[in-house]
Write a protein that binds this ligand. Sequence first.
Ligand code: BES
Ligand code: MN
Ligand code: ZN
Length: 498
Amino acid sequence: MQTTVVVQALEEIDVDALVVVSFDKDSAGGGLGDGAAKRVDATIGWLSELYASGEFKGKSLETALLHRPPTFKARRLAAIGAGKPEKLTTAEVRKIAGAALRFLKPKGVHTIALALDEAFAGPASVAAAIEGAILGDYEPDQYKTDKSDAGRIDSYTLLVPAVDAAIEAAARRAAIVAESQNYARALATEPGNAMTPTILADRARAMAVEQGLECEVLDRARMEQLGMGALLGVAQGSNEPPYLIVVRYRPEGSEGAGTHLALVGKAVTFDSGGISIKPSDKMDLMKFDMAGGAAVLGAMRAIAQLKPALTVTGFVPAVENMPGGRAQRPGDIVKTLSGKTVEVVNTDAEGRMILADAMTYARNLGCTHIVDAATLTGAIVVALGDIYTGLFPSEDAFASRVAAAAEAAGEKMWRMPVDDEYKEALKSTYADLPNVGNRKGGAITAAMFLKEFTSGAPWVHLDIAGTAWLDDAKPYLAKGPSGAPVRTLVRLATSWNG
Ligand code: BES
Ligand code: MN
Ligand code: ZN
């Protein structure tokens, strides 16, 4: 889908569907606002009649459609509800754009224009409208032979009152970020048989070549040599060889001084639970257990194009967790790269094992700050559902930085406690640490475990087990992988300055 931002008269735009934003009918001007909706209504009276009939109230994401509008070159006019104008945030603009596109896409519409009124046509709104449309356009249908039901949008045009350099930059940036988020979603959509650690490593290499990033892939022999006993222990029950994928971005002219941000993403290409096997109900969802790794690769893809001023390295430990004959047993004790020993009380708590070695490796390579993204615990799904990502920080300053990036990127995150009192639950009789606590505060004890492998660096753990996958479609997003938290990771890197 091609996206453009133009200044053009509403009547003149030659598209299959022209979308105008209409507000709650109890707001100023009876919901018509002071832009495109008002202009359309002044010309053909369509919207005031819709409001008067009660068929359309201008509530958030409500839609209406008119074919062959007189005096307009567009073949259709569509209205999208935006609720109360004073509540029109950039997050709402993102939803409006996505919902309008998803409303029109299955209707044989191939070209869309969305008019942004003066009150919400600045760089932030333009960016949100482009992100919303590109994200809304994504369908997890790479394996459908007949894709005709979903439809196809070729071009998407934003009509704005004026364009300047800031708007153009915001539009370019938004397209890069949203396409990278869709890239991550496409990786997470792949089923376990088509997304093994080997295939993920191949995809990462191809992406790195395309984007001009360095990529290094550590194989089993190398990881044995280094002593990554935790990661290798998880991998040993599968016939699929494990890899640690490392993707590097270096800003021009920097010799690696100062901040070196590590983005670490859990990539269990399928999580059966291992010998502590999961129940079969919904086990198919566990193909998404590499969503953190996919998000890190997606973020690196965007970072390569946006070129922030700090060094960023992506670490993606990729394994399959299977109960094969060589699988690790509950009770096994492994030695991590850090030197700490871990008792594998539950083989289904595998994510923290692979992250532990990947984070130690990141620190050994000189990373100063760590953010990890992982579909780590069912407990965070119980706590926060699929709306908020759990944000577990090691310290306030870095927590605020990541939270600000999430806020600016429009991804909801909720700060969770990382408190040493929870470490009481992490006691092993035989090793330095067990890999699980008791049932209480499961998402927090998982974070406490990870913190043991940060060697004091500022660190934020993002538990995306609830937010990386949508069980049901939203009006502005298909069901399936959401691509969280790609936008936050990119925003964190690009807003660093210093
Ligand atoms: N990948 C799962 C977490 C998960 C569970 C994500 C459900 C999405 C939905 C993780 O590897 C896991 O199995 N965690 C266990 C930990 C437990 C054994 C301490 C869990 O949450 O049940
Ligand atoms: Mn598991
Ligand atoms: Zn898992």
